[in-house]
Ligand binder design. Structure first.
Ligand code: NDP
Length: 286
């Protein structure tokens, strides 16, 4: 595929703090190799005080783009030349794309989730319960609202972040939504179509339980979890036991990588190749 070299990336970066051994490097580079793109994806540890210099450096060095992890997702915004629609609403950027001379900030957190979800169902008109109101939940909620969700019930432990996100959904995106404080085991309302854990509950511990009354789960519901490690969280295992179809956080992470490669190269990469490379890098396959 030599003809791709005219538009393929030479260099794409990932600016993170404290993320040495980032497994997404293996995922993105596997796509470059598989599609014979002469690109490299380079993880760089950047302290908050160095972010402006790092962005300036990537700009002059001609990088096609870069990913960002916290805390850079928010502080990068004033350093960019523009924002995609959902990144502007979410107020966070995890993927920067060079378009001509401009560096444009996109948010692929929610878009990656939406792509995984739409493999199973279209969220348009659906009643959704979303646990959490942090960065990941915010990105997921905004994409669901932009995709025409019927109703989103936000459930969060702290009221401040819950009401802040509710305001974005209702006032900015004109989405039908409510907020409920999370106290004790939450019981899903009748008519719930999609249940999403957007919190960090269950991260790195497959035994941790989400405070949910699992007797309120129904087999026809789709249950999703943003937690990518372990991919089969306790919530997803319990949902599968009831007969629900599930979406895991690992596929969301893969789809974020797919979207990044699409943005940087214009090529739709092979998601299976990327999934396998990420799973291997995370030690999930032997
Ligand atoms: P934040 O710190 O921004 O938000 C954390 C959220 O979890 C908040 O809503 C917080 O509630 C809630 N929470 C944490 N602990 C508890 C608890 N014990 N009980 C109730 N609520 C709790 O984190 P992020 O949103 O950035 O990340 C959340 C998860 O999403 C992480 O596991 C992260 O790895 C994952 N993620 C996955 C991605 C993927 O591609 N699969 C992409 C990005 C993130 P409160 O507001 O009350 O503090």
């Amino acid at each position: 595929m030599a003809s791709l070299s005219s538009f393929c990336p030479d260099l794409v970066g990932c600016l993170s703090q404290g993320a040495a051994g980032n497994p997404t490097v293996a995922m993105v580079e596997a796509a470059f190799r598989h599609h014979e793109l002469p690109g490299r994806y380079i993880n760089m540890e950047v302290a908050p005080s160095g972010l402006a210099d790092a962005v300036k450096g990537l700009r002059v060095a001609g990088f096609r783009g870069f990913n960002l992890s916290m805390p850079h997702k928010v502080t990068v915004i004033p350093l960019l030349d523009g924002l995609g629609e959902s990144a502007a609403v979410i107020g966070a950027v995890n993927c920067v794309v060079r378009r001509g001379d401009r560096l444009i900030g996109e948010n692929t957190d929610g878009k990656g989730f939406l792509r995984s979800l739409t493999d199973l169902t279209n969220p348009r008109g659906k009643n959704i319960v979303l646990f959490g109101a942090g960065g990941a939940a915010r990105a997921v909620a905004v994409e669901l609202a932009l995709a025409g969700a019927g109703h989103i019930l936000l459930v969060n432990r702290s009221p401040e972040r819950g009401y802040d996100l509710l305001k974005v959904l209702v006032d900015q995106l004109k989405c039908s939504a409510d907020f409920q404080l999370w106290e004790g085991d939450f019981s899903l309302p009748e008519g719930t179509d999609i249940v999403i854990n957007g919190t960090s509950i269950g991260l790195y511990d497959e035994t941790v339980r989400l405070p949910l009354d699992t007797k309120s789960l129904r087999a026809e519901q789709i249950v999703a979890d943003v937690v990518f490690s372990p991919p089969r969280t306790r919530l997803l295992r319990e949902a599968q036991a009831v007969g629900c179809r599930t979406v895991d956080g690992l596929s969301m992470l893969v789809n974020q990588g797919v979207l990044g490669v699409e943005y940087w190269t214009g090529l739709l990469p092979d998601a299976g190749i990327m999934h396998r490379a990420l799973s291997e890098a995370m030690g999930l396959v032997g």
